[in-house]
Design a protein around this ligand. Structure first.
Ligand code: TMO
Length: 314
């Protein structure tokens, strides 16, 4: 659906500014929407951007680092980010709230981000998904690059994980080899999967992966907040990070203070935006499986999620 048709469609629902009652006094300045480097975030940023445009608001997309975005939002240089993942951003997010950023609430989605492996590895490494069984199986994941250690294909550096520290804290016979971008994770997974070769890599849910590949997360010692702040917590009394990421993490929205002041209507919509797990996985699949651009994927997503969109703008 092109923009004209999207606008027509939203207009037909009575969702365009001016067609349904009083118009809020929002600024004509562009709202700066933060985009990050994984697919669902980019598609869903475009979804909200297109919905706001259909309401007569101006928007601009601003790529930012997953940690630095919080400082930018707290200082008002950028206005909102729609996917704040507990497992990778909780610390930066909470700091930003103290610094002036605003919590725009949680989505219904429940999230997890951690080490993940294809199901056929359960036979190769008996005892999985327990992390100790993975560790005992390190030799099967050894490569020229990692020597005698197992290779863990890790996330891009800005995703705020502490996997090298975790490997050390738990005394694992593994080495993290981080990728530069998400697409490399999926290319590595596909190549291993096609040949039924062992691989352990960073993954998350909701994502398009679960519709295409069978596999599961490695179970590390259960997360508690103290694991990240108190070295004495957990099995290594001298180290942080001796635990897994939250298995049922939150997904939140964060906005600038000026968003409420300059664009009250947009702020009201953002507060109501609420994604479910299947909605997020579907947003990623439109690009990563179907090959659409994020812009077209957002149009398609709006078309197929009319009830949700309607509930945000009412
Ligand atoms: C923040 N991420 C969903 C890529 O783990």
């Amino acid at each position: 659906m092109n923009t004209v048709r999207t606008v027509a469609f939203l207009g037909a629902l009575g969702l365009i500014a001016g067609t349904g009652g009083a118009m809020a006094e929002d600024s004509a300045d562009p709202i700066k929407i933060v985009t990050n480097n994984w697919t669902s975030q980019v598609v869903l940023s475009n979804v909200i951007g297109q919905v706001l445009q259909a309401q007569g608001l101006n928007v601009e997309y601003k790529p930012s680092d997953t940690q630095l975005q919080f400082t930018a939002i707290a200082s008002g240089d950028m206005d909102f980010q729609v996917e704040v993942w507990e497992g990778s951003m909780a610390e930066s997010f909470e700091k930003s709230l103290a610094g002036g950023a605003v919590d725009y609430g949680a989505h219904a989605a429940v999230t997890r981000e951690d080490w993940w492996y294809p199901a056929y590895m359960n036979e190769m490494c008996p005892g999985l998904p327990d992390w100790k069984a993975l560790d005992a199986c390190a030799a099967k994941l050894a490569t020229a690059e990692t020597g005698s250690k197992g290779r863990f294909v890790g996330p891009p550096a800005d995703w705020g994980k502490h996997y090298s520290e975790r490997i050390q804290a738990l005394g694992m016979n593994f080495q993290e080899v981080p990728v530069g971008q998400a697409a490399t994770l999926w290319a590595e997974l596909q190549a291993a999967y096609d040949r039924k070769e062992p691989i352990v890599l960073f993954n998350w849910t909701p994502n398009f992966i679960e519709a295409k590949f069978e596999g599961q997360f490695v179970e590390f010692p259960t997360y508690e907040p103290a694991c990240l702040s108190d070295p004495k917590w957990g099995q290594n009394p001298d180290a942080l990070y001796d635990c897994g990421a939250p298995a049922s993490g939150y997904l939140k929205k964060v906005g600038s203070k000026q968003l409420e002041e300059k664009w009250p209507k947009a702020a009201g919509i953002l507060k109501k935006v609420n994604f479910t797990n299947p909605q997020i996985a579907a947003a990623a699949a439109l690009v990563d499986v179907d090959g659409m651009t994020p812009e077209d994927a957002a149009k398609k997503w709006i078309e197929t999620n009319q009830d949700s969109v309607k509930s945000w703008v009412q």
